[in-house]
Design a protein around this ligand. Sequence first.
Ligand SMILES: CC(C)(COP(=O)(O)OP(=O)(O)OC[C@H]1O[C@@H](n2cnc3c(N)ncnc32)[C@H](O)[C@@H]1OP(=O)(O)O)[C@@H](O)C(=O)NCCC(=O)NCCS
Length: 187
Amino acid sequence: MKQLIHDIFKKFELTDFRKYQTFDDVDVDMVIDSTRYRISEREDIVSFLAIERDVYAGDTPWTFSHFEHEITINEHATFLTAESAGKIVGFVGARVSPEHQSVHLSNLAVSSNFQKQGIGSTLVKTMAELMRQLGVATLTLEVKRDNLPAQAMYRKLGFATTEILPQYYDNKLDGLWMVKQLQETRK
Ligand SMILES: CC(C)(COP(=O)(O)OP(=O)(O)OC[C@H]1O[C@@H](n2cnc3c(N)ncnc32)[C@H](O)[C@@H]1OP(=O)(O)O)[C@@H](O)C(=O)NCCC(=O)NCCS
């Protein structure tokens, strides 16, 4: 991108962050190790709920409406889908701050049969690279303190824990706030 998204949005008075999908130089649709990574669609949500039930022992922390809001309504959100042999096997969501300086990973999961194959890492890396290209400076997330597999993945991807969030979750479990710099903060 020749200009940062912040400047483009300001110049054209755009409010919907997802307008980035119409920019010529931003393209998220690629195949890595026979898995396709692409922008999510409303039709993917049923599969996302099945993935949630699979990885959270029958629970769905996010409902259909949560996903629908982030994929079709929230102008500051975007979602990526991972597809293997035509089957949806993972997703990652992100929400940018109003001025696009930082982005927060809102949700991430990979079907249990497809875990440990690099798909979770590629989803996060793809989202991070997209946001870096769009000029976003910082990527943040929160993760349960006992979710060691996810923490190991995030550390490998260059995230560092900057804060402990005491009793952050409904079950009073602590959270960790993790941060990765995508590029130098703009002055
Ligand atoms: C966390 C999650 C998305 C990782 O997806 P994945 O596709 O399995 O991750 P990757 O294959 O890219 O793994 C990358 C690294 O993460 C770590 N990791 C992943 N799964 C792990 C496990 N079960 N145990 C220990 N480390 C693990 C490893 O360091 C791994 O690198 P390696 O394969 O070289 O050892 C997946 O386990 C998941 O969906 N979990 C349930 C939902 C969840 O916890 N989401 C995150 C909420 S913050």
